[in-house]
Ligand binder design. Structure first.
Ligand SMILES: Nc1ncnc2c1ncn2[C@@H]1O[C@H](COP(=O)(O)OP(=O)(O)OP(=O)(O)O)[C@@H](O)[C@H]1O
Length: 575
């Protein structure tokens, strides 16, 4: 909780103002029973109109002060809570941005989303309530009790009979509630995950007519969330009548004692009215306690989930400066030296003793069966993951020694799955280089063979894509992703099977255009005719290099390559 609450610090003066105003409002409320007791004892019983109007006037003045304090308190509380949530969300987002891929794999996306939305919301609303009403409840209880002591100490003492029992109840509630609500937030993660997966796979769901199955799956996680939330709320709500019972019994003792004292002329009626008034306030505020503790336990569970992210140190990527670094165009030779790799949380090596060199400007095709480790091999170059053994060099220098920003500045990476962001086509290409001029966008689009398609759209480069825009075809998305990488004029271009959806003619034209660049290229492909266009081909087999050489060399030396080539020739023949 401490980590999360440190985000209130910049707004501490607003928070202090809100608290002071809350105290003023509370004090104004608390003196009211005292004034009423004066009106009864010195005014009504003694029939003194002057006293009644004097105290009455004061009562109205104090009520106005309470009203004004309440309004300003709400204003400051809202300012603190909103600003706190804004900063906290940004801090969490920035922390998540610098997660290494190994940490990403540990947290499902849905869980990160819940932490940034629902968890922040829980703490934000509790902070607002704390500044507005939450602290008021315990403070009112204590101050009402003090006022009751001030009016008549013996009667007030009777009110305190149940205090030890209440203290035990409160302790149990906070402890149990916090545990139960962290379960609720975990259920919320699962609900978000189910929702996310189902919506992302909406085409599949419809094609396979799995709506009912998905409904049932969602129903189950929603049911789990409901059951756990009910369990948590029931535990909290059970405490409420228990507390009310203890308090009411204490009040009965106070009334019995007060009546006895009045009958013996040792106390006045007004005193008893005031004590009962304070006692009723205490009972009322204790009623609020169940709600407060409920929210507090929820916020505690949520803060712990957020703190887990905020305090994470290990496995973070060190961001060295914001700006991308300029890298000499002559850089780009890559060497793998006995590189092996095992994914975190798994035991099986995915790559074993990989050794090869790629010269600056060379075009290397990478082939191999599915699951042979092609994507994994590429993902080690931008340091998404660190090799478990061996080293990777760029221009003779271990990539660990290159500043991360510099290393990534020289790489144009096109993932296997094309991703577009909501925005225009121009925005999407410029995502690769924010400061690029429009001419550069067009040049990159021409190179990736997408310019003509874009020009045919009524709004050209201003066409909206992503969730709110037109839905581009798989091949169009792939070419747009390539344009995004090319606009960076990378020294090293990594294409992870990024031309799979292109027709033969377009792919050949793209390949020709790419060969004209000075970039060193590593291109994963399944197609022999694409591989043929490369300077050399690296063939992977179950994480090991099976062969490396030109098409002609591999046709001579590699049985596996021959098999792939023949099977693709047969396919072409069949067509
Ligand atoms: N995040 C991960 N955690 C654990 N294992 C993984 C992870 N990603 C991939 N693997 C495993 O690593 C192996 C190689 O996967 P990789 O994606 O590199 O293969 P690939 O050759 O690119 O396959 P494809 O051609 O199907 O894309 C596979 O056995 C896969 O199950």
């Amino acid at each position: 909780m401490k980590v999360v609450l440190s985000y209130v610090k910049p707004y501490k003066w607003y928070a202090i103002c809100a608290l002071v105003l809350m105290l003023v409002e509370l004090a104004a409320e608390l003196v009211q029973p005292l004034i009423i007791s004066k009106i009864i004892d010195d005014g009504i019983i003694l029939k003194d109109l002057h006293v009644i109007s004097l105290w009455g006037g004061l009562l109205i003045g104090i009520s106005l002060i309470a009203f004004a304090s309440g309004i300003f308190n709400t204003y400051y509380s809202a300012h603190v809570a909103q600003s706190f949530a804004f900063d906290l969300r940004n801090a969490l987002f920035s922390k998540i941005q610098s997660f290494s891929m190994a940490i990403y794999l540990k947290y499902p996306t849905s869980s990160l989303i819940t932490r940034l939305t629902s968890d922040v919301q829980q703490v934000q609303s509790v902070l607002f309530m704390s500044l507005r009403i939450m602290l008021r409840a315990p403070l009112s209880v204590v101050l009402s009790l003090m006022m009751a002591f001030f009016v008549n100490a013996e009667m007030a003492l009777m009110l305190m009979i149940g205090t030890p029992i209440l203290a035990i109840f409160l302790y149990v509630i906070v402890k149990k509630g916090s545990f139960l609500f962290s379960e609720v937030q975990r259920r919320m993660d699962k609900l978000n995950r189910a929702l996310q997966e189902s919506l992302q796979a909406i085409y599949l769901v419809k094609a396979f007519m799995r709506n009912h199955y998905e409904m049932k799956k969602f129903h189950q996680v929603a049911e789990d969330l409901k059951v756990d939330t009910m369990k948590a709320l029931r535990t909290m709500e059970l405490m409420m009548p228990l507390m009310a019972f203890v308090l009411n019994v204490s009040l009965l003792f106070a009334i019995w004692y007060g009546a006895k004292e009045i009958s013996m002329n040792r106390a006045q009626v007004g005193e008893m009215v005031a004590v009962v008034n304070y006692a009723l306030r205490i009972t009322g505020y204790f009623g609020m306690f169940a709600f407060i503790l409920n929210s507090f336990s929820r916020a505690k569970a949520s803060s712990e989930r957020m703190a887990e992210i905020l305090i994470m140190e290990e496995g973070m990527e060190k961001a060295d400066g914001l700006k991308e670094e300029k890298v000499s165009a002559e850089i780009g030779a890559i060497s793998f030296k006995e590189v092996s790799f095992i994914y975190p949380n798994t035991k099986k090596p995915v790559l074993q003793d990989i050794t090869f060199d790629v010269k600056k400007g060379e075009k290397l095709a990478i082939m191999g069966a599915t699951g042979s480790g092609k994507s994994t091999l590429l993902s080690l170059i931008p340091r998404f993951f660190e090799p478990t053994k061996g080293e990777i060099l760029v221009d003779g220098k271990d990539i660990k020694e290159w500043p991360l920003k510099k290393l990534r500045s020289m790489i144009g990476y096109v993932p296997q799955k094309s991703l577009l962001f909501t925005g225009t086509i121009e925005d999407n290409v410029k995502w690769g280089k924010r400061e690029a001029a429009f001419d550069e966008v067009v040049a990159a689009a021409k190179r990736s063979q997408i310019h003509e398609t874009i020009s045919a759209f009524p709004e050209g480069y201003d066409t909206m894509v992503g969730q709110k825009g037109v839905n581009l075809s798989g091949g169009q998305k792939q070419r747009l992703s390539i344009a995004r990488a090319l606009i960076r004029k990378p020294q090293i271009l990594i294409l992870d099977d990024s031309t799979s959806a292109l027709d033969v003619k377009t792919e050949a034209a793209l390949w020709e255009a790419l060969k004209g660049t000075k970039a060193t290229m590593l291109v994963v492909t399944q197609k022999i005719h694409t591989a043929k266009g490369a300077d050399r081909i690296l063939l992977l087999d179950e994480g090991k290099i099976s062969a490396i050489g030109t098409h002609e060399e591999l046709m001579q030396s590699s049985e596996l390559y021959q098999q792939i080539a023949h099977s693709q020739e047969e396919q072409v023949g069949d067509e």
